[in-house]
Design a protein around this ligand. Structure first.
Ligand code: GDD
Ligand code: MG
Length: 362
């Protein structure tokens, strides 16, 4: 079985992290987001994953190579010379998708969606309805920033509208599809949007069926959603494999700390925290609802809440970082500084407090 992952967007909404690393490779719960997807695809029997790449192919390869070896899956890159949108890359990869494909269908994923991926259920459903496409849908309170799907009782999609201005349904496109090879005949070899061009026509032709996701779901392409997705993911881990989380003195709620990270005594970490490899957290530090990326050191007695701290940061003593602050790679925060809802670009030194939420430190 084959799968194609759309890894080509510029990830602008996840800046400043995506200044250092393409969005699919930003570590979510200590592993590149795209690796969560590849791991689940492999479990469902996928043996070849095609990465539809549009920029930074080398960085992408480097950061996922060691995981691919671990999963024993073949990864092929399909490189665009200019952005082909969300359907064009399928036309470009036509040969790769259809060659040696006895199932006659393939999975397609947006690279920034996290959930308990229902690949096996999708395959069964796709075979049972016999239409050209299966799309996973998920109910949300505010559908306006997503593709919205209206289905009938037979689960056939009757209408697909990308980012509608008016409310039409609360079921949104979860960015996970299973498509028969024949869908490729619907996509021209040029920049094309699967959401605006391909799906509306498939819906009109009665060739798209929807499967409602039963697990949590989140598009983690924006800082706030990244942290919400992390909370949901950690809760799902707590249910499915509680042994993978850190428990005991100094930990509160769901916390995932890489084994190579050093946490000194007298810290309180959690709930909803991930701490990546080679981080050092000194005594007396309090961290909640936050993601700390690889190689960061935090000196003692700091307070970090609801924030993302990028790679190789150096956070001083008695520092306070909160309210959705996002620090890029290699940021140095001096002792006693307070950051409240501040975005800091990579390689900056912060000597003074910044309290105006939404400020970008260039
Ligand atoms: N290869 C390639 N080339 N990939 C691309 C390109 C491109 O030109 N443009 C976007 N992508 C990839 C992105 O990397 C991402 O994985 C996916 O296509 C979707 O792009 P986003 O920019 O994340 O779209 P969105 O979040 O606004 O909306 C999409 O996802 C929602 C669910 O999260 C749509 O599919 C919505 O319908 C959907 O509800
Ligand atoms: Mg997205």
């Amino acid at each position: 079985m084959k799968a194609l992952i759309l890894v080509g967007g510029f990830g602008t909404r996840l800046r400043p992290l995506t200044f250092s690393c393409p969005k699919p490779c930003v570590e979510f719960a200590n592993k590149p987001i795209v690796c969560h997807q590849i791991e689940a695809l492999v479990k469902a029997g996928v043996t070849e994953v095609i990465l539809a790449i549009n920029y930074q192919p080398e960085t992408m390869r480097e950061s996922i190579e060691r995981y691919c070896e671990e999963y024993g899956v073949s990864i092929v890159c399909s490189q665009e010379t200019s952005p082909m949108g969300t359907a064009g890359p399928l036309a470009l990869a036509r040969e790769l998708l259809t060659k040696d494909n006895p199932e006659g269908c393939f999975f397609v994923l947006n690279s920034d969606v996290i959930c308990e991926y229902p690949f096996e259920e999708m395959y069964e459903f796709h075979k049972s309805h016999g239409k050209e496409g299966t799309i996973v849908v998920f109910p949300v309170d505010d559908p306006s920033k997503y593709g919205v799907v209206v289905s009938n009782e037979q689960k056939e999609v009757v209408s697909f509208v990308e980012k509608p201005k008016k409310f039409i349904s609360n079921k949104i496109n979860a960015g996970i599809y299973l498509l028969s090879n024949s869908v490729l005949d619907r996509i021209p070899l040029k920049p094309t949007s699967i959401e605006r061009e391909t799906f509306p026509l498939m819906a009109e032709d009665g060739q798209l069926c929807s499967l409602t996701l039963k697990s949590f779901w989140m598009d983690i392409g924006q800082p706030r959603d990244f942290l919400t997705g992390m909370e949901l993911y950690l809760e799902s881990l707590a249910q499915k494999s509680p042994e993978s989380l850190n428990k005991g003195e100094g930990y509160l709620g769901n916390v995932l700390v890489d084994p190579s990270a050093e946490i000194e005594e007298g810290c309180l970490i959690g709930p909803n925290v991930t701490i990546a490899a080679n981080c050092k957290v000194a005594a007396g530090t309090r961290i909640a609802n936050s993601c700390i990326l690889e190689g960061t050191t935090i000196a003692g007695n700091s307070w970090i809440n609801g924030s993302i701290i990028g790679w190789k940061n150096k956070v001083g003593r008695w520092v306070r970082i909160e309210s959705l602050s996002v620090l890029g790679e290699d940021v140095h925060v001096k002792d006693e500084v307070c950051l409240n809802g501040i975005i800091v670009l990579p390689h900056k030194e912060i000597k003074e407090s910044e309290l105006v939420q939404g400020k970008i430190v260039l």
